[in-house]
Ligand binder design. Structure first.
Ligand code: M3P
Ligand code: FE
Length: 310
């Protein structure tokens, strides 16, 4: 399919309670590649098969959670257009100068009615995946270090005003609704899964009274075998596992949810299906089937899914 406008999730900046403990976790257990540290003390990581400089950035703070989540857009003209479109829609935007994050161009920052800070950017230095671009091997040693996901895939965010968030993503940013869970009265959406590509989701939101909460950032594995291997590595390292390995009914993704040392949930997953933007009829789950949406084999609406966020 043609890919214009917003391309994909670009980076998440996440707060952790202890920087060095978290570096060891993200580098050696999750198996991300450390790509830099900046004067603010932030540590930058990428997944082994990502070419851009960084997709996951951590900083030490007193509370865990998400600082911001960013999408990469096609080019500078697209960035300027989307900035103008967001303003015309009535959102306030802010320009963060190039270089404020390592290897990253100018960013357009705005806050959603859910309280989440979002960013768009067009430029980030490509550092490659270590395999070269001429006659490359299909994978190298970085894939074998720790869990070794291939990319930052999506995030699920919790906050209020999900209906307004949906409008911004679909009417301004060019996303489409792939799946949703209805509220118990069937009148509204309790949770939405949105795509800007042919991935089953690039971002998802669930209605929650508190603003700006992180449910999870998700990392893509190549196979179900690799998801099971991720579970083995989590147990070997005494990582706190939340749910899985299992399969979501929603998106059909095969998943493990677990927590980093600060309590930020992350997901290792694979699978799902590939929708296209002419998918005009989103898959819809009634609230009484939420448990199957979350954990299809067990048909269980795990309490932690609804209540534990950072
Ligand atoms: C996902 C995901 C529920 C959850 C689905 C989750 C409640 O699709 O990627 O985390 O259906
Ligand atoms: Fe997920």
């Amino acid at each position: 399919m043609a890919m214009t406008g917003v391309l994909r999730p670009g980076h998440a900046q996440v707060r952790v309670l202890n920087l060095e403990e978290s570096v060891r976790f993200y580098r050696d257990v999750l198996g991300l590649v450390e790509t830099g540290r900046d004067v603010q003390g932030r540590v930058y990581f990428k997944c082994w098969d990502e070419r851009d400089h960084a997709s996951y950035v951590i900083r030490e703070a007193d509370s865990a959670g998400l600082d911001f989540f960013a999408f990469k857009v096609l080019d500078k003209a697209t960035l300027d257009k989307l900035d103008a479109d967001l303003q015309a829609y009535g959102l306030k935007t802010e320009r963060i100068p190039a270089g404020e994050m390592l290897a990253t161009g100018e960013r357009v920052r705005f806050e959603l009615p859910s309280g989440h800070v979002m960013e768009l950017y067009a430029e980030k230095t490509a550092v490659g995946n270590g395999l070269g671009v001429v006659n490359p091997a299909p994978w190298g040693p970085q894939r074998e270090h720790g869990i070794g996901p291939v990319r930052l895939d999506h995030a699920l965010l919790y906050g209020p005003n999900v209906a307004e968030v949906q409008k911004i993503f679909t009417e301004v940013l060019g996303f489409y609704l792939v799946e949703r869970v209805l509220t118990p009265d069937g009148e509204n959406n309790a949770a939405i899964w949105l795509s800007c590509s042919h991935k089953v989701h690039d971002i998802a939101f669930a209605e929650y009274p508190e603003k700006g909460k992180l449910h999870h950032c998700s990392f893509l594995m190549e196979t179900w075998e690799q998801v099971l291997r991720a579970g083995d590595i989590m147990s070997m390292n005494k990582v706190a596992v939340d749910i899985g390995p299992t399969r979501h009914g929603v998106t059909r993704g095969c998943t493990i949810y677990a927590w980093d040392p600060s309590g930020n949930r992350f997901e290792t997953f694979m699978g799902g299906y590939q929708p296209y933007p002419d998918n005009t009829e989103p898959l819809t789950w009634t609230f009484d089937n939420f448990g199957q949406g979350l954990d299809y084999p067990q048909r269980k609406l795990h309490e932690t899914f609804l209540t534990v966020v950072t």
